[in-house]
Every structure is written in structure tokens, then in C-alpha cells.
Design a protein around this ligand. Structure first.
Ligand SMILES: CC(C)(COP(=O)(O)OP(=O)(O)OC[C@H]1O[C@@H](n2cnc3c(N)ncnc32)[C@H](O)[C@@H]1OP(=O)(O)O)[C@@H](O)C(=O)NCCC(=O)NCCS
Length: 175
């Protein structure tokens, strides 16, 4: 079967995206296993007014697929030692945009974007044992599994392990 690739684009958050972003902090389950309980829905508009979700240390970009909003990707700065910063990325697609080859390509595009516009050497991403879609997406986006971080997150009533992945600047882009 020939599957036509859906054209994907990353772009800054706009005013029209705020309602979608609010859904992810007010609808239990929409974000998948990363649901941590309700968050202040007004935080979305406040952050947009502050810097349009394009901060120096963290930000978000909207994922568009075939011209339609599919969800968002995020990036947050971190440091292990000294002054060498890395990025940690995340993603949440709307349910009807999942399983169509959008997630892995959006994350690969975000890595290419971050490597082009910052000197970071390392981009990492964490996911859960149950999240097979994200595990597979990260590998397709050029990430390697580094290991299991034991009992690192409290979610849904229990401490749970995390799966830590990374892509280095020197790793090939799959795009
Ligand atoms: C996780 C997520 C980003 C993956 O993106 P996606 O667009 O759904 O996944 P893709 O279509 O790019 O698929 C990538 C790979 O994962 C596989 N996959 C997709 N959904 C799957 C599922 N439910 N179970 C197992 N494998 C799955 C695909 O088959 C593909 O692998 P293949 O090419 O070897 O067949 C997306 O589903 C999502 O936003 N989920 C909710 C939020 C979330 O979990 N975010 C990550 C938090 S750590």
C-alpha cells in the first residue's frame, strides 16, 4: 500500500490556538499519560501575552498537518553540568491526528529546528513504558534509548519509571 506523506509544518502559536492549548490543561486524558490533573486554563493566555510561547529557556510550536492544526511540540532548556545546555522536547497531538505519521516527523523537525537555531549538542525526551507510540516515534525521529529512569515521576497515583531517549547533533536526521 502506498501511503502519501501528509505535509507538516511547525509554526508559532497564534491567538486562534489558545482554545486548543486550554483543552490540554482542562480535559482529563486528552494529553494521554502525561495528564497531571487540572491546571489554570488562564495560564495559556497569560503565557501567550508574555512571549507568545517563544521564551529563551522554553517554548512551544504548533504542529500543522495538511494546513490543519494537529497539536503542539514543546522544548525546555536543561543543564547537567557547567554551561552546556540541552533541550528536552515534548509533543501532544489531538486524537484525530495520531497514528498518521505526524508525531515522529514533527519531533524530527523540531530537533532540526533546535539544532539550527541553538548551539545545543543534545536533545532528550522522556516517555513511559506504556507509550509505545511515543517510543516508536522517538526512534523514527532519530533518537536512541539511553535507559530507564527508575521511579522518576508521580502520575496516576503511583511513582513510575521513565524511558529516556536522546538525539545528538552528530546523529543523522531522518528527514
Ligand atoms: C505519542 C504521539 C506523539 C505519537 O505520534 P503519532 O503521530 O501518533 O505516531 P506516528 O504516526 O508518527 O507513528 C510513529 C510510529 O509509532 C507507531 N505507533 C503509532 N501509534 C501507535 C500505537 N498506539 N501503538 C503502537 N505503535 C504505534 C507507528 O506505527 C509508527 O511506527 P512504524 O512506522 O514502525 O509503524 C501521539 O500519538 C500523541 O500525541 N499522543 C498523545 C500525547 C503523548 O503521548 N505525547 C507523548 C508524551 S511522552
Amino acid at each position: 500500500m502506498v501511503v502519501t506523506e501528509i505535509p507538516i509544518n511547525l509554526r508559532p502559536v497564534g491567538e486562534d490556538d489558545l482554545e486548543m492549548l486550554r483543552r490540554f490543561v482542562t480535559e482529563p486524558g486528552l494529553i494521554g499519560l502525561d495528564w497531571n490533573g487540572f491546571q489554570d486554563a488562564q495560564g495559556v493566555a497569560k503565557r501567550y501575552a508574555d512571549d507568545g510561547f517563544l521564551g529563551e529557556a522554553d517554548g512551544r510550536l504548533i504542529v500543522e498537518a495538511a494546513g490543519r492544526t494537529a497539536g503542539f511540540v514543546s522544548y525546555t532548556e536543561g543543564v547537567y553540568a557547567g554551561r552546556g545546555r540541552f533541550w528536552e522536547i515534548g509533543i501532544a497531538l489531538l486524537p484525530d491526528s495520531r497514528g498518521r505519521g505526524i508525531g515522529w516527523r514533527a519531533q524530527a523537525m523540531l530537533c532540526d529546528y533546535l539544532f539550527a537555531h541553538s548551539p545545543a549538542q543534545r536533545i532528550q525526551a522522556g516517555t513511559h513504558a506504556e507509550n509505545l507510540a511515543e517510543q516508536r516515534s522517538l526512534v523514527k525521529a532519530g533518537f536512541q534509548l539511553e535507559g530507564i529512569i527508575r521511579s522518576c515521576e508521580f502520575r496516576d497515583g503511583a511513582w513510575r519509571d521513565g524511558h529516556l531517549y536522546s538525539r545528538l547533533r552528530s546523529d543523522p536526521s531522518p528527514l
